[in-house]
Every structure is written in structure tokens, then in C-alpha cells.
Design a protein around this ligand. Structure first.
Ligand code: ATP
Length: 255
């Protein structure tokens, strides 16, 4: 695997079993600081399980995960979660709290209150008006809610951003815009980002490295350019074929 020296997040022979199912099967992987890694693969291939073992929503059955030089099991849970921003598809905004309270919940749980200015700043980062702070979640569109989810993930100034199908439920235009925004934030704040997605096109366009999972294992670990050039093997290429075929058909239409 790449960059062993500059590793910031590493997985060493990590497995997770659920009864008879081996969801993650001996994954060894090193991610350097500042990397933007996309994790793709069929439904049930183990992507979410791998991601959730980083912030210890799930614990491994075997192996070690090391973040910034420390085994995640040795980092107190509140401290671990403060260092990690987590965005997931179902967003999970608290319905009885307004937008500002939702964004401030992480810092509040760790004893810090966010100023209205800071909440406004976080809203601006995701291109929402600061006045949105007093809206309730059910008064927002899906895209706006997901933007609030990203702002909330950034509220603790995390080093690591974990995203589990963050844009899955959004329309394509919003999805594209929010993806670009997240990439800009990733660069601006020097984040390390791991994003689970079903969408190979999204992975190729946003990530600097694409990991393909199949039956709990990583079967390809390539740059987007290498995947587009045909590298990565059969499972990876079957996924790349989808956006390639679409691009070919669009090109035919314009002829
Ligand atoms: N809490 C659980 N209990 C039992 N089995 C589980 C549990 N969580 C996941 N699994 C199983 O582990 C395997 C991997 O699931 P996981 O959610 O990690 O896959 P995934 O690649 O993220 O899928 P999807 O793309 O559909 O979200 C699946 O077979 C799933 O049924």
C-alpha cells in the first residue's frame, strides 16, 4: 500500500464479523494526512462498517486502527469524536432543535458553547445564509439539511471528515454543488476525508484515491486517473464502466 511513512489514518488487518457474516475481512490500509479517499463498492461490501470503526460506532473483531499515532481504542471517546466530523445520509438533525442548536450540539456536549458569529460562519461555509440559524429542520429542503449536516460536522474543527453516502438522497445538481463545496472545504482546512459513495463518477471527480471494496476486502486502490485508464481489476472496472458508458452516450448525442 502507499505512503507508509506519512500515514495519518491506518488500518492494520482490521476485521469485523456479525455472527456468520464477515463484513470487513482483514483490511490493511494507510491514508496520509490531507488525503481525500473515496470508498466504493456494491451494497453490503463493508464500506459503512469500515468507516464506522474509525469513530468507534462499531468496534473491530480484530486488528488495529491508528489515528494520528494512537490506536483509536486508546483515545477517550469524546476526544476521538471531537477530532472527527461525521456526515451521513440520513443527516440526523434533531427535529426539536433549530439549525443553530443542531450545529452547536457537538461543541455543547463537550462543554463549549458556539457564538452566534461562529454559527453564522459555519453556515456561510456551506453557502447558507446566517439567518437560517433560527429555522427548524422541517422548514429546510433536503439539500439545505445536508448542508447543515456538513456545517455541524465542521463545528469542532475536525482533522478527519468521515462521510457515509453524504449526498445520496440529493438531486443531481445539488449533489454536484455540495460535493464541490465539500472538496473546497477539505482543501481549505487541510482535512483528511474518507467518503463512502455508491457513485463511481462522484468518487472519480472528488477523491484523489479510490478504494473499491468487495466482500469485506479492498480489491482496488487506485488514483482516479489510473481507474479511468483501465487499472484496478475487474470489480473496479465494472464500476467505472457505468459513468464511462454514460459519457460515451452523451458524446454520441452531441455528434
Ligand atoms: N449491525 C449489523 N448486524 C448484522 N450484520 C450487519 C450489521 N451491520 C452490517 N452488517 C452486515 O455486514 C455486511 C456489510 O455491511 P455494510 O453496511 O458495511 O455494507 P455497505 O458496503 O456499507 O453497504 P451499503 O452500500 O448498502 O450501505 C452486510 O452483509 C451487512 O448485512
Amino acid at each position: 500500500m502507499t505512503e507508509p511513512a506519512g500515514s495519518y489514518l491506518s488500518f492494520d488487518n482490521v476485521s469485523r464479523r456479525f455472527g456468520a457474516v464477515t463484513a470487513v475481512d482483514g483490511v490493511t490500509l494507510r491514508i496520509p494526512k490531507g488525503g481525500f479517499v473515496a470508498l466504493v463498492g456494491a451494497s453490503g461490501s463493508g464500506k459503512s462498517t469500515l468507516l464506522k470503526m474509525v469513530n468507534r460506532l462499531i468496534d473491530p473483531s480484530g486488528g488495529n486502527i491508528v489515528l494520528g499515532g494512537h490506536n483509536v481504542e486508546d483515545i477517550a471517546l469524546p476526544a476521538l469524536r471531537r477530532r472527527i466530523g461525521y456526515v451521513f445520509q440520513s443527516i440526523g438533525l434533531f427535529p426539536h432543535m433549530d439549525v443553530g442548536q443542531n450545529i452547536a450540539i457537538g461543541p455543547r456536549l463537550s462543554g463549549t458553547s458556539l457564538s452566534p458569529d461562529r454559527i453564522g460562519e459555519l453556515l456561510s461555509l456551506v453557502e447558507l445564509e446566517p439567518e437560517m440559524t433560527s429555522r427548524m429542520p422541517d422548514e429546510l429542503s433536503g439539500g439545505q439539511r445536508q448542508r447543515v449536516g456538513v456545517a455541524r460536522a465542521l463545528a469542532n474543527d475536525p482533522e478527519l471528515l468521515l462521510m457515509d453516502e453524504p449526498f445520496g438522497a440529493l438531486d443531481p445538481v445539488t449533489r454536484d454543488a455540495l460535493g464541490e463545496r465539500v472538496l473546497a472545504l477539505h482543501r481549505e482546512f487541510g482535512l483528511t476525508t474518507v467518503m463512502v459513495t455508491h457513485d463511481m463518477a462522484e468518487a472519480l471527480l472528488l477523491a484523489d484515491r479510490v478504494l473499491v471494496m468487495d466482500a469485506g476486502r479492498i480489491v482496488a486502490d487506485e488514483t482516479p486517473a489510473a481507474l479511468v485508464a483501465g487499472e484496478g481489476g475487474e470489480v473496479a472496472q465494472a464500476l467505472v464502466a457505468v459513468p464511462r458508458h454514460q459519457a460515451d452516450r452523451l458524446a454520441e448525442l452531441s455528434r
